[in-house]
Structures are given as C-alpha cells and as structure tokens.
Ligand binder design. Structure first.
Ligand SMILES: [Zn+2]
Length: 115
C-alpha cells in the first residue's frame, strides 16, 4: 500500500519534531498534512496507516487531517494553465506536455498540541 510508505515519512517528521521540542505522549492532538492530488492518496488508507504507525509512539491517539490541493499544470508550449486530471498530463488547449505547478505538495503543515 502506497499510503504506508508516504505515511512513514510523515510520521518520522512528526516524531522528530516531538522529540526536538520535548513534547511527551498524549499532548499531540492533531497533525495537519498537505498532500497534493498528484499523490492520489486514499484518505481512509492514510488514516489507517497513521494509526498503525503512531501506535506506541508519543504521537499515539492524535488525529490526522489532510488537505489536498488540486493538481495544476502549465503548458510548455502555449502557456495554458489550469487543473488537470491524472493520468492525462497534457495541455487542454493544444495537447502539448505540461509542467506541474501545484498539487505535488507533501509535507507536515502544523502540529496542534493540547495545553
Ligand atoms: Zn498548450
């Protein structure tokens, strides 16, 4: 499952952050993650992976919240810019190849802690 390996890297960022800031178990409430549409993550699978990977860690019991920016591309030929739907990565106006301009993000945006 693709979500497990992606989640593994996100969880390691979260755990590093908790260690660095000396945040003990039970204080982390919510983790906000940005995962662009390009990654085609299944939200339920990601939540499942998160619960599995944070079990018995200081992040156990926290909620994962995922924001998914849409996939946006710009044409290399005519300059058209807009939303595209995978798996077609072609310009809607002229059919040329495009560069991805958004929707390929993948990072931990925010950790929400209990007081
Ligand atoms: Zn074009």
């Amino acid at each position: 499952m693709h979500e497990i390996s992606i989640c593994q890297s996100l969880v390691s960022v979260v755990l590093d952050e908790l260690t660095q800031r000396a945040i003990g178990p039970g204080r982390l409430q919510r983790v906000r993650v940005v995962a662009g549409q390009l990654h085609q993550l299944v939200p339920d699978a990601l939540t499942f992976a998160y619960e599995l990977l944070t079990r018995d860690t200081p992040a156990a019991g926290s909620q994962l919240e995922v924001r998914t920016p849409p996939l946006e591309a710009q044409c290399r030929s005519c300059g058209w810019r807009g939303a595209i739907e995978p798996p077609v990565f072609l310009c809607e106006a002229c059919g040329a190849g495009v560069d991805i301009k958004g929707g390929d993000e993948l990072f931990v945006e925010e950790l929400e802690l209990a007081d």
